[in-house]
Design a protein around this ligand. Structure first.
Ligand code: AKG
Length: 349
């Protein structure tokens, strides 16, 4: 801890073996609406988040700009935090996990090759703390076209007892339901027969309007067990939820949200939406994590290496004037490849 009570900005320097997503994993992500990559983040890295959250909970570390009240009992202190958003704009450690190379390797294959990093959330979820009812992340964070993807990193083991994620398989094909509670004005309002819902995220099923959508997929809701270091990737339209932590263990998680860096993003966490103009909405406030884009982007505030602040490696971009794609290769893995250098034949259908 520094004199100011904040975490040191000095990052451990580690190198990582790149993670290559297989074609089967890519298919699974689309078939199920989510993909779990086991052991993606090394346990030494997860240990940093364990210590960081322990320090926050014990009051040994503070967040710049966020005053914390004094507590009468240790239990009051433990229950104070449930989740904190957007700390990558205040703390270097959050920026490093948002831009963790192994997490970005997977995103590059699933939603890239160009990836914009939008949001972070740190879940403390101590014993007795509540979950979050059915919701669709793209309702809260719209991107156009919708390429939103969450990356949920387990800090502790997550299971049914301590409130793991539950995914409703099949619901990833649903539109985004507008919510009459009006947290945002988002949702697929253009569909002729779409019925807006009430109360997304409400933990009481009878008060959460997405319950009737979830019922279309009866028997297909699955708990997602995770061990520390496992990462759950899920698209923005899949219905998902979590329940209260009924155990005596904590269930901490670090979540990043990303989209393809070519999508227009009006969203900037709780701020009024940015108009679409020559700045490309709020894109200029979010970090280019991988690849490149014709839209504006931000630099990482703490200098974490990522596409925004790195020269483009020539070897990774053969034929840099040619567009690149993520494609399945003969070896069963996803990889970057330039489009073939040949004229498009308009007569070929
Ligand atoms: O971790 C949880 O309990 C809920 C997480 C979630 O719903 C999300 O990241 O969108």
């Amino acid at each position: 801890m520094t004199a100011a009570g904040t975490a040191p900005a000095q990052a451990p320097t580690r190198t990582y073996a790149p993670y290559r997503v297989s074609v089967q994993e890519y298919v699974t992500f689309h078939e199920q609406g989510f993909l779990v990559v086991r052991g993606l983040v090394p346990i030494e890295d997860v240990q940093e988040l364990v210590e960081h959250t322990d320090n926050l909970l014990a009051g040994r570390e503070t967040i710049p700009g966020i005053p914390v009240p004094t507590f009468r009992t240790p239990d009051q202190r433990l229950q104070y935090w449930l989740r904190v958003h957007m700390l990558h704009r205040r703390l270097a450690i959050h920026e490093r996990f948002l831009l963790h190379p192994r997490i970005l390797d997977v995103l590059e294959a699933l939603i890239g090759p160009d990836v914009l990093a939008l949001q972070t959330m740190l879940f403390f979820k101590q014993p007795g703390q509540p979950g979050q009812g059915y919701h669709q992340d793209s309702y809260y964070i719209p991107t156009f076209p919708d390429t939103l993807c969450g990356a949920w990193l387990a800090i502790d083991r997550a299971d049914e007892e301590n409130g793991c994620l539950w995914m409703t398989v099949g619901s990833q094909h649903e539109p985004v339901y507008p919510d009459c509670d009006g947290v945002t004005a988002n949702g697929h309002r253009g569909l002729g027969d779409i019925e807006p819902i009430y109360g997304a995220s409400h933990t009481d099923e009878t008060r959460n309007g997405l319950t009737r959508v979830a019922r279309k997929y009866a028997g297909r809701e699955v708990p997602v067990h995770a061990e520390p270091g496992d990462v759950v990737f899920f698209g923005g339209r899949i219905l998902h939820r979590s329940h209260e932590n009924r155990s005596n263990r904590s269930r901490r998680a670090f979540v990043g949200h990303y989209c393809n860096a070519r999508s227009f993003v009006p969203w900037n966490h709780g701020e009024p939406y940015e108009p679409y103009d020559e700045h490309g909405g709020a894109n200029h406030l979010h970090i280019l994590a991988r690849g490149t884009t014709h839209l504006p982007y931000a630099q990482p505030r703490f200098g974490t290496p990522c596409a925004a602040n790195q020269p483009r490696p020539p070897a990774a971009h053969p034929g840099s004037s040619r567009p690149m794609s993520m494609m399945g290769g003969d070896d069963g893995m996803m990889g970057m490849a330039p489009h073939p250098e040949q004229d498009h034949d308009d007569s070929a259908g």
